[in-house]
Design a protein around this ligand. Structure first.
Ligand SMILES: O=C([O-])CC(=O)C(=O)O
Ligand SMILES: [Mg+2]
Length: 610
């Protein structure tokens, strides 16, 4: 006989249990399912999980060969497993061994996704214990390739798909998701997946990957995380022609009026599409709030520029929203810049910044740098912005172009004569810091890097576009072309580089450093709105984690190995700022926010079932 999941068999009321496990700031875990801590691996009460064959196929509870003899008896598992009983540690060793046999990164990705579907705790244990090795597998760069091939590697659906077909029914769709208590949603519409462009419905790999980092790096329980892909079609003809494509086979209902849409009929058509997109998003945002309440964090991910800025502006005053590409990336890059001052000298205000790429990441970072300068000095925002220059596909952004610029580029149109090429912009602006956020690979050429090196004793170069194929230059190129003088960081990871007898270890300036801890800080404090000062707090927290040893190796980010400790620190600073600003609803404020953050964090050790 199969007992019901989550049924309490010792007669304890839900309230008793809530008392016992402690309600951690909006991170309540009613049944204590995810609350395994190092010192408490046995559930303090009895609850039954699905038994027998179904138990082995339930990824939340399955432990494979780690079921003990007693559990095999109690849960009708006899005969369904071979006789051997292994520890989680041994299972971890075996899976890592198997993973390392695969030479093709995508095979490793698929093996990890299979593990997540089979045994969730083992998946997270692996990811946490081997973070440096597995991050490039479940995240950039491999997740990019996975999205490109999602249709053919697709086995079981992950996350929630909301397409135009579900218009008018989004609330019902949300109710189909098995978990009722959700704290974080990562949502994409697939229009700008990393630097790979429009991958339509196949963008689902991104919310899934980001949320697995919420759990592994930030300790947010997997059951409160919900990946969502909004499918409004795709303009990627290759996908539309692909018989294995999993999404809506139609052109994208996009928020943007295309530049070629000058004929009246076309304009009317685009206005209709624009309305359709806005209505679907509005319904989605309302349904989420209605279903999960005020305190669910909605992370926008990999939307195209035109929608990303607008959605953030539209919903930031009414919803708890965060755009990872604009705000998360900005916070992480600012952290690297703050840290780099130890190597470069001076203050932020003493530096000159040049960006290649003036989209979400570029303008988001630029704005946060300017904000930090104003917070640290008496320089007004307008003045602070003048230290920051951006180049887009048409050249340097200058005041003579202002009329034709998209609104998010206008603040960066400073007085200067037009400059077309990046190399000429470098020579004219003489930046101390060069940041690539264009999504276009190989744009920091030898000439560009050499020019940076001739202008600066230690040029700071960040090639942020993802995945690796879109990086503006490689670590090896940056170190070689600058003759070992560059300080280099990139969005996707690079191996250490040997140059003239020295080993250079570059940092990974990726928003993964911040969003998991940032989200944890918001959730644990019951914060209801995101404020820019919280981003600055996260940057300062991350920058303070860079050690002397890191600097010696040339890195301006700490290694990912310590990320859970770093996330707890970031969460504490973010929550602290939220309390200071009066935006935190969880009262009273815990006195030690770092300890509190740590106590809220999920650990993937197996639980014992009685
Ligand atoms: O996913 C990543 O690696 C960073 C990111 O948000 C992007 O490139 O869009
Ligand atoms: Mg992104």
């Amino acid at each position: 006989m199969e007992s019901t999941l989550k049924e309490l068999s010792n007669g304890a009321s839900v309230l008793d249990i809530k008392d016992k496990c402690g309600v951690a700031g909006g991170v309540e875990d009613m049944y204590g399912e995810d609350r395994a801590t190092e010192d408490q691996t046995i559930t303090p009460w009895t609850f039954s999980v699905a038994s027998g064959y179904s138990l082995l196929r339930d990824p939340h509870y399955n432990k494979g060969l780690a079921f003990t003899e007693a559990e095999r008896d109690a849960h009708y598992l006899r005969g369904l497993l071979p006789p051997s009983v292994s520890s989680q540690q041994l299972q971890e060793k075996k899976v890592m061994h198997n993973l390392r046999q695969y030479q093709v990164p995508l095979q490793r990705y698929m093996a990890m996704m299979d593990l997540q579907e089979r045994n969730e705790r083992l998946f997270y244990k692996l990811l946490i214990d081997n973070v440096e090795e597995l991050l490039p597998v479940v995240y950039t760069p491999t997740v990019g390739e996975a999205c490109q091939k999602y249709g053919s590697i697709f086995r079981r659906p992950q996350g929630l798909f909301i397409s135009l077909k579900e218009k008018g029914k989004i609330l019902e769709v949300l109710k189909n998701w098995p978990e009722k208590s959700i704290h974080v949603i990562v949502v994409t519409d697939g229009e700008r997946i990393l630097g790979l462009g429009d991958l339509g419905c196949q963008g689902m790999g991104i919310p899934v990957g980001k949320l697995s980092l919420y759990t592994a790096l930030g300790g947010v329980r997997p059951s409160v995380c919900l990946p969502i892909t909004i499918d409004v079609g795709t303009n990627n003809q290759k996908l539309l022609d692909d018989e294995f494509y999993i999404g809506l086979k139609q052109k994208r209902a996009t928020g943007e009026l295309s530049e070629s849409a000058f004929r009246e009929a076309e304009v009317t058509f685009h206005v209709l599409l624009l309305k359709e997109y806005a209505e679907l998003l509005e319904e989605f945002m309302s349904a989420v709030k209605q279903n999960y309440g005020e305190k669910v964090l909605i992370q926008f991910e990999d939307f195209a520029n035109h929608n990303a800025f607008e959605l953030l502006a539209k919903y930031r005053t009414t919803h708890l929203v965060f755009n990872d590409d604009i705000q998360g990336t900005a916070s992480v890059v600012l952290a690297g810049l703050i840290a780099s001052l130890k190597l470069l000298g001076g203050t932020l205000a003493d530096h000159t910044f040049l960006f290649l790429g003036a989209g979400e990441a570029g303008t988001g970072i630029a704005e946060l740098i300017a904000l930090e300068i104003t917070r640290k000095t008496s320089v007004p925002l307008e003045e602070a912005r003048k230290k920051i220059w951006l180049v887009d596909s048409k050249g340097l952004i200058v005041s003579s172009r202002v009329e034709s610029l998209q609104h998010f580029k206008k603040p960066w149109a400073h007085d200067h004569e037009p400059v077309k090429e990046l190399i000429d912009a470098v020579k004219a602006i003489k930046p101390t810091v060069l940041i690539g956020t264009s999504g276009v690979g190989k744009t920091f050429t030898k000439e560009v890097v050499e020019a940076m090196a001739s202008l600066n004793p230690k040029p700071l170069i960040m090639a942020l576009s993802n995945p690796t194929s879109q990086a503006e230059c490689t670590a090896e190129e940056a170190y070689t072309w600058s003759k070992g003088h560059a300080i280099f960081a990139s969005g996707s990871p690079f191996d250490p580089v040997e140059f003239e007898g020295r080993t250079f270890v570059s940092g990974q300036a990726n928003n993964a450093y911040v969003f998991p801890g940032f989200g944890l800080g918001i959730i644990m404090s019951g914060t209801i709105r995101v404020h820019d000062d919280m981003l600055l707090a996260a940057s300062e927290a991350l920058a303070s984690e860079v050690t002397e040893d890191d600097y010696l190796k040339g890195r301006i980010y700490p290694p990912f190995t310590n990320i859970r400790k770093i996330s707890a620190h970031i969460a504490a600073e973010v929550a602290g700022k939220a309390y200071e600003l009066g935006l935190a609803a969880r009262l009273p404020r815990p006195s030690d926010l770092v300890k509190y953050a740590e106590s809220c964090m999920y650990t993937p050790l197996y639980r014992s079932y009685r």
